[in-house]
Design a protein around this ligand. Structure first.
Ligand SMILES: [Zn+2]
Length: 153
């Protein structure tokens, strides 16, 4: 049930891939082209279509688009559910889970401040909470290198 846009995307990606293979282009060039393509074709705001984009690179590695890092990553780095790509990598979901726990803790602290009638503390915690929620799914707040370094640490 792919949308027209993701069908088109997949079609273009596979055509370019065929082109690279038939012209015996270097794996590096192919990868660079695929990344360029993905940045040109992927919707800017968290739409679902780009997440479905996948291709096999010249080395036979299956690559999937990570919606948090907005780039392709090897399947071994991605989160799969019953063999199905979830659209994000292990490093980004680890960050996401930490942030989500922090949001839950912040919400609990606001409740505690209110119970204690500390309205100023509740207010400032609420402002922090808004930022935390805004950043949770915002790709620009994720960074491939530092997220993966943290994940591997
Ligand atoms: Zn990622």
């Amino acid at each position: 049930m792919a949308t027209n846009k993701s069908q088109l995307h997949n079609e273009v990606v596979s055509k370019v891939q065929e082109f690279c293979e038939s012209n015996k282009m270097k794996a590096q060039t192919t990868t660079a082209l695929m990344e360029l393509l993905s940045s040109l074709l992927a919707p800017k705001k968290g739409g679902a279509t780009s997440q479905n984009a996948s291709y096999t690179d010249a080395n036979g590695t299956v690559m999937h688009y990570c919606r948090f890092h907005q780039q392709f990553e090897p399947e071994s780095d991605m989160v799969l559910s019953q063999g199905k790509n979830k659209g994000y990598c292990k490093a980004s979901i680890s960050i996401w889970n930490k942030r989500n726990s922090a949001i839950k803790a912040k919400e609990a602290s606001i409740a505690q401040f209110i119970i204690a009638s500390d309205i100023e503390a509740a207010k400032s915690a609420s402002i922090e909470l808004q930022d935390m929620k805004a950043n949770l799914n915002e790709p620009s707040t994720y960074d491939y290198d530092s997220d993966w370094n943290a994940f591997r640490a």
